[in-house]
Design a binder for this molecule. Structure first.
Ligand code: AMP
Length: 281
């Protein structure tokens, strides 16, 4: 596996590959890698000649300094996992490399960023759009692999690629889960033992909502049931629980009026913020 820390060097290398018509799959990450990340690498390896993974903890997408400081950093282990998974290239830039001067450009995604993650993490998607735009320009991939776990991020990045005409395909891969249903996340390693034990209740609440919706319960009734569910779970602080149109991310009242519905949640366990979602069908 080739490792590049410098933009100029990786550009030179990838240009050489592009001339040879090598197809490039790209998996952007913030490290602390787990099986979820590695499933994206596997998908990319199946569909491309060359797979590039980036590890960069992007400060501009954190609206909480503590969250940024405490974000797990396990680069040695990450490199070993990537090597074992057959990743071809690791891009490992630092802040000076990615932000030699503070960015003046800012993005607005309208309604798409006024709900859920955008509502509770002000400026988050501006930071995401900034960093992925830079990374897409540097790597120039044919395909980029994202996880459904960050559903709103996938929608925003898809919109970014459409509006700015990035010549790449966005591929959304299914959420990889622990055996007990908890969505794998780099943040899970910050949970203490008792928090980790009850963390799968997040997935359980999504499954409950899905069952109730499939039994034709109204959206309002389902949200009430979920409120009751979490009122019995004193360690959780529920931030949002939304039933939305998967494409527009807008709240729905009548699920039959929409072709694809997503059930989305964000909740705190102590200081650790976890998100998850399920498609209705
Ligand atoms: P992160 O390192 O958290 O920024 O995630 C990097 C990429 O991995 C994003 O596209 C995430 O959506 C994806 N990802 C994170 N967790 C999972 C998971 N459990 N299953 C599948 N993809 C995931």
């Amino acid at each position: 596996m080739l490792v590049f820390e410098n933009i100029r060097d990786i550009r030179v290398y990838l240009k050489g590959e592009q001339i040879k018509k090598t197809s490039i799959g790209f998996v952007p990450t913030m490290g602390a890698l787990h099986q979820g990340h590695l499933s994206l690498i596997q998908q990319s390896k199946k569909e491309n000649d060359l797979t590039v993974c980036s590890i960069y903890i992007n400060p501009t997408q954190f609206n909480n300094v503590q969250d940024l400081d405490k974000y797990p950093r396990t680069i040695k282990l990450d490199s070993e996992l990537l090597l074992k998974s057959g990743c071809d290239v690791l891009f490992l830039p630092d802040n000076q490399m990615m932000y030699p001067s503070p960015a003046q450009l800012s993005f607005s995604f309208g309604f798409m960023e006024e709900v859920m993650e955008g509502k509770f993490r002000k400026g988050h998607f501006n930071g995401v759009a900034l960093v992925v735009s830079k990374l897409f320009h540097i790597i120039q991939p044919d395909r980029v692999y994202l996880g459904q776990k960050d559903l709103q991020q996938c929608t925003v990045i898809q919109q970014l690629c459409t509006d700015l005409m990035f010549d790449l395909e966005v591929i959304v891969c299914p959420t990889f889960r622990e055996k007990d249903g908890l969505a794998m996340s780099s943040r899970n390693m910050r949970l203490n033992e008792s928090q980790r034990k009850i963390a799968p209740q997040i997935y359980k609440s999504l499954c409950l909502a899905k069952d109730l919706l499939l039994q034709k319960k109204s959206v309002e009734d389902v949200k009430n049931e979920i409120e009751i569910f979490f009122s019995k779970e004193s360690l959780f602080e529920l931030e949002y629980f939304e039933i939305v149109d998967s494409n527009k991310l807008q709240d729905v009242e009548d699920i039959d009026a929409h072709s694809q519905i997503s059930i989305c949640i964000a909740a705190f366990l102590g200081e650790v913020r976890l998100i998850d979602n399920l498609f209705l069908s």
